[in-house]
Structure formats: structure tokens, C-alpha cells
Design a protein around this ligand. Structure first.
Ligand SMILES: Cc1cc2nc3c(=O)[nH]c(=O)nc-3n(C[C@H](O)[C@H](O)[C@H](O)COP(=O)(O)OP(=O)(O)OC[C@H]3O[C@@H](n4cnc5c(N)ncnc54)[C@H](O)[C@@H]3O)c2cc1C
Length: 331
């Protein structure tokens, strides 16, 4: 059995995107019981600087085609190159990161392969299905997150899925796979370059959850934009990042970049403090794997208490200033 993972880099830093490492590790855990192979495919202008890291998370081989004309995403060229790589490798499974790049390319590949694609999977596993043998079970929230759907591709090959960054955990321990990179030969055609990039204006990232050990998140229960200052202050005192529910964002308490959940960021900090958050499934999808969750809510029956390790029942406008007061006294 063989899995292909689509490898991506951050063009600004020339380093791998974390999701590529997460896919390497996930594909490895899928393939391991069957002695299967994990093959990374990369196309772009130059290889990511740290691509050897992929082998420490389970990838067996990396095949790549680099060309300065591919510095920016050229959907048609990328699709044609990746299709040739997939045809040459003939894998059972192809995994993409649900990044901007992945969301553009994966559907083109699925359509060219005449197969299915399950986007934004939260779980993947291999099991028997009727007389089809071992197939990939692709789980993802559906109908606004109210059900968890299991989707399969029993007939067509490859079976394709995408996964958002941060959803699959990386293990502490690394592997010792030898580094094997192979250039892929291709008859590149200039007519594949159909996009002309006039200017690239990088979006300034205001929030960086990837390095945050502590996140203090506010929900609709914060009440108004002024009260959201309490969340900012608590995050500041703890040296943490500010998170929010979609309701808090919709009410205009805080910018969308802070949203956590199904349609926001997926986070796994050491400590997540949920203030005035009810704990709906769409929010939990982004934070319930946090190592410690503390919830502050005036409703003792709020669902957030079902996943919180510690709960404080009461009015957050009194509780947060008290916590800040004691934390400052400790300094
Ligand atoms: C397709 C889809 C995608 C979605 N994606 C996301 C997503 O990515 N992220 C997300 O967060 N949501 C998302 N949602 C919305 C989600 O369903 C909920 O509506 C949202 O998470 C609720 O936010 P909340 O907990 O802040 O608000 P509420 O559910 O209104 O909860 C407010 C809480 O504050 C408490 N409270 C009120 N006043 C106080 C006080 N003074 N002190 C203490 N506690 C107080 C209340 O008891 C209540 O529990 C999505 C919904 C859909 C349909």
C-alpha cells in the first residue's frame, strides 16, 4: 500500500509548512500496519530548506520537480506536474493540507483522477469495507458540525482527503528514516504558466497561535467590546494569545483572525481559558485538545464545563479582574 502526501513550504521563509510534517506522520501511522510506503511530492521553485525533517516523521521518499517559474502558485502547472507524479507512483491514498494552496490544487487533482475528495478531515483510518478490502475512512464534521460524517471512496482510486493544519498531532519522538530525495523528470511546458503575478501583498498575521502556550478566549458572554479588554488584560498578564468564538467576532468584539473553531483556527495550547463561552461543537472542534481547559461561565449547565478540567461558575466581569489582581500581586 502507498500513500502520497503533498508537501508545501512557506514561500517567505522557504521552510516546510507544519501541515506537511503532520501529514507525513499521519500517513506513516496509516501505512505502518501494512508495511506501506509514504511518498512526499513537491513542486515549486526550490526545495524547502528543512525538507529532511519530513523523514523524521515517517516519510520514506520525496520526489520533486523544481523550476523558478513555479515560485508562485500556478494551478495548471502544479496540477499537471502532480498528476504525472501520481500516475508514476500509483498510490492508494493521496493527502493534502487544507491550506490555500491545497484547497486550490486538491480538487483539480481529484477531478483529473475522477475520484472523490473529502475536505477538512479530522480523523483518518484504514479498515475493511464489505468486499472492497482495506479502504480509507475519512471523518469530518458536517451539517454545521452537528454530525460527524464518515466518508469513503470504495470504487475509485486514489482515495483523497485534506486535513487542516494543527488537526493531526505530531509525536514527541522522531524516527530515523534515511533521507531519500529523487528529482522527477518532466517535459515542462511554458503554456502551463497561465497566471501573471503583478504584485504580492503579504497579509500581516496579527495572531500566532502556533507558538502560544496560553490562550485566553472570549465569547458572546463577554457582553461588549469594552469588556473584551478584560480578556486582553488577562492574556497580557499571562503572556498568552487572545482567542474568540465566532459569536464574539460577529458581535465585533475582536477581529476574525482570533476566531477558534471549525471555521477558525485549530489550537492545542498548554492552557486554554474560555471566558463567557458556551462550548458549542463548532467552537470545541478548534480547542478541545488543549492540555488544560479552564472555563468561566455564569451558567453551571453550560456545555463548556463538560470538557473543562476546571470550572468557575460566576460573572466574568467580577472573576477576570479578581484573577488579574491576584496574578499581579504574585509578581
Ligand atoms: C457552519 C458553522 C461554523 C461555525 N464555526 C464556528 C467557529 O469556528 N468557532 C466558533 O466559536 N463558533 C462557530 N460557529 C458558531 C457556534 O455554533 C456558536 O454559535 C458559537 O460558538 C457560540 O459562541 P459563544 O459561546 O461565544 O456564544 P453563546 O453560545 O451565546 O454563549 C455565551 C456564553 O456566555 C455565558 N455568559 C453570558 N454572560 C456571562 C457573564 N457575565 N459571565 C460569565 N458567563 C457569561 C452564557 O452562559 C453562555 O454560556 C459556527 C456555526 C456554524 C453553523
Amino acid at each position: 500500500m502507498k500513500s502520497i502526501i503533498y508537501i508545501e513550504k512557506n514561500p517567505t521563509t522557504n521552510m516546510l509548512r507544519n501541515v506537511s510534517l503532520e501529514l507525513a506522520n499521519k500517513a506513516y501511522s496509516l501505512m505502518q500496519p501494512y508495511n506501506g510506503e509514504v511518498v512526499g511530492i513537491f513542486t515549486g521553485d526550490t526545495l524547502p530548506e528543512n525538507c529532511d525533517e519530513l523523514f523524521k516523521y515517517g516519510m520514506h521518499r520525496l520526489i520533486h520537480y523544481t523550476n523558478p517559474k513555479l515560485a508562485n502558485l500556478q494551478s495548471t502547472a502544479y496540477k499537471n506536474i502532480i498528476m504525472q507524479m501520481i500516475r508514476a507512483e500509483d498510490p492508494e491514498i493521496v493527502l493534502f493540507g487544507a491550506t490555500h494552496n491545497g484547497r486550490d490544487i486538491a480538487p483539480l487533482i481529484a477531478s483529473a483522477c475522477r475520484t472523490g475528495l473529502t475536505a477538512d478531515c479530522t480523523q483518518l483510518y484504514i479498515d475493511d469495507y464489505k468486499d472492497k478490502g482495506k479502504i480509507l475512512f475519512q471523518m469530518r464534521p458536517a451539517f454545521g458540525g452537528n454530525i460527524l460524517a464518515t466518508i469513503i471512496t470504495p470504487e475509485a482510486r486514489p482515495m483523497m482527503a485534506s486535513v487542516r493544519e494543527g488537526v493531526m498531532l505530531l509525536p514527541e519522538e522522531k524516527l530515523n528514516h534515511p533521507v531519500k530525495t529523487e528529482p522527477f523528470t518532466i517535459d515542462f511546458k511554458d503554456e502551463w504558466i497561465v497566471n501573471e503575478f503583478l504584485e504580492i501583498a503579504p497579509k500581516q498575521k496579527k495572531v500566532d497561535f502556533s507558538t502560544a502556550d496560553i490562550i485566553v478566549a472570549g465569547g458572546a458572554g463577554i457582553g461588549n467590546k469594552q469588556n473584551f479588554e478584560l480578556v486582553r488584560q488577562l492574556a497580557h498578564v499571562l503572556g498568552g494569545e487572545i482567542g474568540a468564538t465566532r459569536a464574539a467576532v460577529d458581535f465585533g468584539f475582536v477581529e476574525k483572525d482570533h476566531q477558534i473553531g471549525q471555521t477558525g483556527a485549530v489550537v492545542r495550547p498548554k492552557l486554554y481559558i474560555a471566558c463567557g463561552i458556551s462550548g458549542q461543537i463548532q467552537h470545541r472542534a478548534g480547542m478541545e485538545e488543549s492540555q488544560k481547559i479552564i472555563a468561566i461561565n455564569k451558567d453551571p449547565n453550560a456545555p463548556i464545563f463538560g470538557i473543562a478540567h476546571r470550572g468557575i461558575v460566576g460573572d466574568l466581569t467580577e472573576i477576570i479582574p479578581t484573577i488579574i489582581h491576584y496574578l499581579k500581586e504574585e509578581d
